[in-house]
Design a protein around this ligand. Structure first.
Ligand code: HSE
Length: 326
């Protein structure tokens, strides 16, 4: 690292997230307490617009590497855009500690982007409000998805359950999830290609029938109503997708078995987490969580795939480390 002092470093954390929740493609997100990324952003004393990125992977879940080239790194893209918009020409050092597995549908790129936007905002005392932070964090999604999508970054910045509307302008609504909502994640240990989200998006149909829109809208509405009414069973009844999941499920070996086993073991609903390949179960209370985790693992092993399972809860959003010394 170049010359810096402690007062010119800011550390932020942002959580993992799951997107879509079945029918809410690019609209729904949920912050998850299971993993988080840490971004330490240092302002150096020199001013030549240089950004150096270092990334370390703190978990053994995956072997996918974190790109350190500015344009391929979600945090790097956010910092570049914010530097331009706010006329900041200091050289910057970005140290990313990945806690969120890279490329598995757990909002990895979003977590780094959300932490980077949060750290930048604090370091330069910009006092950007949270919805503007979401806009900046979404810049980072271009690195992995090729386009901006706001569901994971909204959940990572704000925490809780989020609803995203982008047209005619960005609006993000946050709803506090029910206290009894429990999630079980199964992450299959398969190799995923770089740019996986872009690939998974390219498989989706460009047009859908009106009948499918009606079904999807009614399911999505149940999810929103369930979060507002704090009714986990209602949320779960809405988690059924007939447009995006059928187009993607062949990317996930064991998809059918994982889903079937989880439902038989007490899961109320099962979905692909974001663009996959992780799968997520929704439960009311933790009583059946271990059984569901084992059932999901069995589903993957029946397809000759090892997986790691985690039981978790919704999370709050990105935060600044108050007392941590860089
Ligand atoms: N909504 C995005 C997608 C989430 O499904 O492509 C990616 O994590």
């Amino acid at each position: 690292m170049g010359k810096s002092d402690l007062s010119s470093t800011c550390i932020a954390y942002a959580p993992s997230s799951t997107a879509n929740l079945g029918p809410g493609y690019d609209v729904f997100g949920l912050g998850l307490d299971v993993f988080e990324d840490r971004v330490a952003l240092s302002r150096l004393s020199t001013r030549s617009n240089r950004v150096t990125i270092r990334a370390t992977d703190d978990n053994n879940t995956t072997s996918n590497s974190v790109p350190s080239r500015l344009e391929s790194n979600s945090a790097g893209l956010v910092i570049k855009k914010m530097s331009i918009d706010f006329g900041i020409d200091y050289d910057l050092d970005v140290s990313i500690t990945k806690g969120v597995p890279v490329g598995y549908g757990m909002g990895s790129s979003a977590a780094s982007a959300a932490a980077a936007a949060t750290a930048f905002n604090k370091l330069f005392n910009l006092e950007i409000d949270r919805s503007k932070l979401v806009e900046y964090a979404a810049e980072g999604e271009i690195a992995s998805a090729g386009v901006k999508h706001y569901d994971n970054v909204s959940a990572s910045v704000l925490g809780g359950f989020v609803i995203v509307r982008t047209n005619p302008k960005l609006e993000v609504i946050r709803i506090e999830p029910p206290e009894d909502l429990v999630l079980v994640i199964a992450i299959p240990m398969i190799s995923v290609p770089e740019g996986k989200t872009g690939i998974a998006r390219s498989l989706l149909p460009s047009t859908v029938s009106l009948g499918d829109v009606v079904v999807t809208l009614s399911n999505a509405s149940m999810i929103v109503a369930g979060f507002i009414l704090k009714d986990v069973e209602m949320i779960a009844r809405g988690i059924h997708d007939i447009i995006v999941e059928p187009a993607r499920r062949n990317l996930i070996p064991g998809y059918i078995g994982v889903k079937k086993n989880a439902l038989e073991a007490g899961s109320l609903a099962v979905a692909i987490s974001g663009a996959g390949p992780s799968m997520i179960s929704f439960l009311k209370t933790a009583k059946d969580a271990e059984n569901v985790a084992n059932a999901m693992a069995t589903g993957f092993s029946e397809a000759n795939v090892k997986c790691r399972t985690f039981v978790t809860r919704p999370s709050s959003g990105a935060r600044i480390a108050k007392t941590e010394v860089p």
